[in-house]
Each structure stands twice: as structure tokens, then as C-alpha cells.
Design a protein around this ligand. Structure first.
Ligand SMILES: CC(=O)N[C@H]1[C@@H](OP(=O)(O)OP(=O)(O)OC[C@H]2O[C@@H](n3ccc(=O)[nH]c3=O)[C@H](O)[C@@H]2O)O[C@H](CO)[C@@H](O)[C@@H]1O
Ligand SMILES: C=C(OP(=O)(O)O)C(=O)O
Length: 422
């Protein structure tokens, strides 16, 4: 297993390009299964979750052809299997995103239940209930969701909770259903809107994505398309926090400032000077120590849970006391004990983490437990005194493209230590 070795202390300065968004590329790749023609996607990040998705689509019989850096063509007409097996789903819960497309386009799907993960139980009841409301026969047997259907029927779906992949699965299914579907209390995340833009480019008729009320007029078929995946707002935010924590000045290019309002607001509150252009964000900390900030995670457009761990790292070296309320996932503080091993003063009570900023963290061997927890340990390592060794970085590789090269380019001292395979 690979590890990361980071020597803390260097302020980050310079320019870095945002990669394509993992959480947009994953549903968009799943949505290619709905098409009757080949689809070409651009700005697809090279990440472990993306290669797992390629593997999944390939095993189902889709033909994937790389066409240059970040470009892939998917030919879905060769599909011959409708199974998402446990051994892939257990490594990437987003595999659940093939459920809606398979049922809508092929009338059948056997998708392993993703089960819980390090950050929480993460049930998929809303995905299942929504498909049932659209006429699918869905049962759960032997750890698999087994769905069968003729042509799905449009339905009025009122989501009990705001679910990102739930909204995406049902929106994809509704794209080929007969008649109109209305999804209320839909997730408003920008990645949902990006998926809708892609579906519309294939000929779907979707309005309102990006709001909590999405209207879909089902169509008979979807054609091929060429589409560029949106930039990764969480990766962007992670680099901005790195600049803020190290007292540096970093410009993230080819990104979407309009998707990061809540995060930029908190960075300004932390004392950063933040400037934005149409497709770039620059954060200058002018060598200052950040001020601690209070965070309350909630569905978009509020502060994203996927940036919570990174702000926990920021608060750990900030001036003052910051309180974090995690309202989306019940167990998303796995980074706290690791940050404490580096000297952070954080107390967790229920879903609240209170952090008294310390002047400096000290390096320690630490263990990554999930994707954003790993990112927070990288950030802590960048400012800690000494050499931090981060184990289990396969979590990080799930969602960050070339993170060590990008950080090296900004002046960090960071090195991947290749581990034994197996
Ligand atoms: C691939 C992808 O896009 N992942 C993102 C997606 O995950 P994901 O789509 O899995 O997260 P959801 O938005 O579905 O989860 C939100 C909350 O709803 C609950 N819930 C969800 C579905 C369901 O059927 N029943 C239920 O109770 C979950 O347990 C959680 O407490 O949104 C999360 C919340 O912004 C992000 O952290 C993830 O990075
Ligand atoms: C939790 C995340 O991803 P996933 O939903 O794929 O686990 C994330 O991107 O932070």
C-alpha cells in the first residue's frame, strides 16, 4: 500500500488546475448506459473511482475507448450484463448509480447493496422507493437489489431526505420513462445540474435541475453526445484550504467559483483575501494565521460535508475556537483522532466538533480512513513540524487526481512511497 510522506512548513504558492469533478463524472458515466449511440466525455479525471467505474461498465459489456488525456468514448450498445457485483460495489458505493439507467433502458438490474462505509450507514431506500413508484418491481435478495420493469412510468416523487445520488438515479430513470416525473425536495448540488445538462445533450427533457424541483418529460430514446465534465469544487476547495493553512497564495484555474459560495465565505471569514474570476479563484493569506470558523454542513447551497474534514484541519491550527456541526453523515469525524495524534485540540460531542486552535501541529504517522479524512491529514501534514507519514492513501486516490504532483507544483514537500502490492 502506498503512503505519503510530507514535510511541513512550506507556504504554498502558485497556480494549479482543477480536475474534472469525481462526483459529476461518476453519474455521467453511469448515464452513458441510457444512450443508443456512443458518447464521448471530456475532462474525466484519472482517479481510482473512475477506473473502478470503467471496470464496472466494461464488465457489463460496454466498450470504453480512451481518446487522449481525460477523454473517453463509451459505446453502450454492446451491453450484455446487467449486474453490478459486490466486489466492485464494495470498493465504490457510487456503483449504485447504474441502477436507474439499467432499469430504465434494459428493464433489469442486479446491483449489490453498497452497505455502510466509514462515514455512516448510507442507506439507499430512497433510490428503491422512487423506482418502485415508477413501476419497477424491486426486491432485495442475497445482498443485491434486484429490479425488473417494463417501460417505467413517470411519477410524482417527493424525497423524504435530500439525496444527491438518489436524485441522480431517479432523474436518469425518469429520462426514459413514459410521461412526466416531478422530483420534489431534489438535491440542488451542481453535479446534479451537470448530469441533467449531459442528459439534455443526449436529448432528454429535464428542467429545474439545480433547484429542489426537477421536472422530467420522458423521451423514447437518448442519442450520443459529446460532453465536458464540470470542474471539481471539492478538490478546488481543498487546495484553497491548503493555501489558507500554510499562509500562502494559490490560484486555482479552470474551476467554477459559482459552486463554492459557502466555502469561499468561510475562507474569507478565516481571514483570507479571496478573488474570483469567471473560471478561477485566488486565495492570498498574506502569511497570516487563519482565524477559527464555525461550520454547519447541510445540502447545497449550504456548506458541503465533503469540505468538513478540511476545515477541521484548518481550525486545528487557527487562532481561536471553531465549532463544526456535521448534519449529513453520522460518523464523519474519523479524522479527529488522527489530527489529535498530531497535537490538535478537538473535542467531539455527538455531531459537534469543538476545536481550540493550537500554534503548531507536530508530525506523526497517521492513518487515512476515508477520502476527505485523508485530505485533512495531508493538509495537517503541510503545516506540521517534521515528517508526517500517511498510511492507507488508497482512500485519497479514490478522489484526488495527482494530488502529490499538484502540491509539489505549489511548493509542498511531499513524496509518495510505493508500498508492496496486495
Ligand atoms: C458520488 C457522490 O456524489 N457522493 C456524494 C453524495 O453521496 P450520496 O449521494 O451517497 O449521499 P446522499 O446525499 O444520498 O446522503 C445524504 C443523507 O441522506 C441519507 N440517505 C440517502 C439516501 C437514501 O436512500 N436514504 C438516506 O437515508 C444518507 O445516509 C445521508 O445521511 O452526496 C454526499 C452528500 O453531499 C457527498 O458527501 C458525497 O460525496
Ligand atoms: C463521500 C464521498 O464520496 P462517495 O460518496 O463516493 O463515498 C466524497 O466524495 O467525499
Amino acid at each position: 500500500m502506498d503512503k505519503l510522506l510530507i514535510t511541513g512548513g512550506a507556504p504554498l504558492n502558485g497556480q494549479v488546475r482543477a480536475s474534472g469533478a469525481k462526483n459529476a463524472a461518476l453519474p455521467i458515466l453511469a448515464a452513458t448506459l441510457l444512450a443508443d449511440e456512443p458518447v464521448t466525455l471530456d475532462n474525466v479525471p484519472q482517479l481510482r473511482d473512475i477506473s473502478t467505474t470503467f471496470d464496472l461498465l466494461g464488465r457489463m459489456g460496454a466498450c470504453l475507448t480512451p481518446q487522449g488525456e481525460g477523454v473517453v468514448q463509451v459505446e453502450p450498445r454492446t451491453l450484455a450484463s446487467f449486474v453490478a457485483p459486490y466486489e466492485l460495489v464494495k470498493t465504490m458505493r457510487a456503483s449504485i448509480l447504474v441502477l436507474g439507467p439499467l432499469v430504465a433502458r434494459y428493464g433489469r438490474a442486479d446491483v449489490s447493496l453498497p452497505g455502510g462505509c466509514a462515514i455512516g450507514a448510507r442507506p439507499v431506500n430512497l433510490h428503491i422507493e422512487g423506482l418502485r413508484a415508477m413501476g419497477a418491481d424491486v426486491t432485495v435478495e442475497g445482498g443485491y437489489i434486484r429490479a425488473r420493469a417494463g417501460r417505467l412510468r413517470g411519477a410524482h416523487l417527493v424525497m423524504d431526505m435530500v439525496s444527491v445520488t438518489g436524485t441522480e438515479n431517479l432523474m436518469m430513470a425518469a429520462a426514459l420513462a413514459e410521461g412526466e416525473t416531478l422530483i420534489e425536495n431534489a438535491a440542488r448540488e451542481p453535479e446534479v445540474a451537470d448530469l441533467a445538462d449531459f442528459l439534455n445533450a443526449m436529448g432528454a427533457r429535464i428542467e429545474g435541475a439545480g433547484t429542489d424541483r426537477i421536472q422530467i418529460q420522458g423521451v423514447e430514446r437518448l442519442s450520443g453526445a459529446r460532453y465536458r465534465v464540470m470542474p471539481d469544487r471539492i478538490e478546488t476547495g481543498t487546495f484553497l484550504v491548503a493555501a489558507a493553512m500554510t499562509g500562502g497564495c494559490v490560484r486555482v484555474t479552470e474551476t467554477r467559483p459559482d459552486c463554492l459560495d459557502a466555502v469561499l465565505h468561510k475562507l474569507r471569514e478565516a481571514g483570507a483575501e479571496v478573488r474570483v474570476g469567471e473560471d478561477w479563484i485566488e486565495l492570498d493569506m498574506h502569511g497570516r494565521r487563519p482565524q477559527a470558523v464555525d461550520i454547519h454542513t447541510a445540502p447545497h447551497p449550504a456548506f458541503p460535508t465533503d469540505m468538513q474534514a478540511q476545515f477541521c484541519a484548518l481550525n486545528s491550527i487557527a487562532e481561536g475556537v471553531g465549532s463544526i456541526a456535521e448534519t449529513i453523515f453520522e460518523n464523519r469525524y474519523m479524522h479527529v483522532p488522527e489530527l489529535q495524534r498530531m497535537g490538535a485540540d478537538i473535542r467531539v460531542e455527538g455531531n459537534i466538533a469543538i476545536c481550540h486552535g493550537v500554534e503548531r501541529l507536530t508530525a506523526a504517522p497517521v492513518m487515512a480512513t476515508d477520502l476527505r479524512a485523508s485530505a485533512s491529514l495531508v493538509l495537517a501534514g503541510l503545516v506540521a513540524e517534521g515528517e508526517t507519514l500517511i498510511d492507507r492513501i488508497y482512500h485519497l486516490d479514490r478522489g484526488y487526481e495527482n494530488i502529490e504532483d499538484k502540491l509539489l507544483g505549489l511548493g509542498a514537500s511531499i513524496q509518495r512511497i510505493a508500498g508492496a502490492r496486495g
